[in-house]
Ligand binder design. Sequence first.
Ligand code: B12
Length: 259
Amino acid sequence: MKERLRSFALSLGVDDVGFASADDYQSPLSPCIDSLFPGVRSIIVLASRESSSCVSPSPQVAMNGRLDVMAFIRASCYRLVRFVESRLGSPAMSIGFSYPMDLVNPQKAGIAEVSLRHAAVGAGLGVFGRHNLVIHPRFGTRIVFGAVLTKLELPSDPAVEGDYCTGCELCVDTCPARALDEEGKTDRLKCMGISQPYGIQAHIAFWSRYSDASPAEKKAMLDSPEYRSLWQASFIGNQYFCFRCFTACPAGSELREMG
Ligand code: B12
């Protein structure tokens, strides 16, 4: 069964696929997956390399590369769900790349329904590095994940052994927000200020200032580069303006071969 699923998933063009039984998915903060899908038994994790777009000095090109891989992972997860449901006759659910996220409950800020990094580790796709991202043994850090929850009994793939983090601390030193200074923790607000400068915090700040502004100031605010960027980020869905910890990491044999 696993091999049939693996070969279908790889035929979609993803770079790697791993399986974690529900018991081997351990995320300290995310909810128990049974509360999302009663009777869930396994997680199939898809891994896909982000293209070289993410190292472009143009934020537009870098974000477009992210949109590409997000759309690809999303479509791949949906195709896998369809395969599990129609060919294997078992219910399945896909997990979002980043969003939608619970933005209502303040205790859940920045915590996904399913932590894809912990799922990837449980599925034998990599290990955490100093940057708190998962390093794939071959593809390194520059890899993103998607996942499908199933009721199929699928034993976990073997865990990745060894430490693929080289300990170089390039991720820590290159972070313009100093969000990785404390080992084992990403300072979410510091990171978001740089990586998503037109996210919800920026919206709140903009509209708070707007509500206190005079009519002439309001007109100027709506004609500003800040508002244009906020508008674009909202209609695109999300915008990432920093990929430094993601791209500075030298780990991963195939990444090194690509130069
Ligand atoms: C919310 C979120 C963010 C938030 C908050 C990050 C955070 N603290 O978790 C912000 C906006 C800051 C963010 C930033 C980034 N993100 Co983000 N993010 C997510 C999201 C949607 C949810 C993460 C979550 O639930 N966190 C809460 C829980 C998991 O955190 P936690 O249990 O406290 O674990 C933290 C620490 O305890 C530590 N940790 C936990 N266990 C262990 C074990 C060891 C040994 C170590 C060393 C550390 C460690 O790592 C966590 C980081 O703080 C996921 C997608 C998803 N559904 O999982 C993507 C995701 C984690 N992000 C991703 C990426 C790529 C990024 C960025 C590079 C931005 C970008 N340009 O793409 C940066 C990297 C920041 C960094 N170095 O940590 C990828 C990671 C891929 C990978 N190779 O690991 C994911 C998986 C998206 C995806 N679909 O692939 N992200």
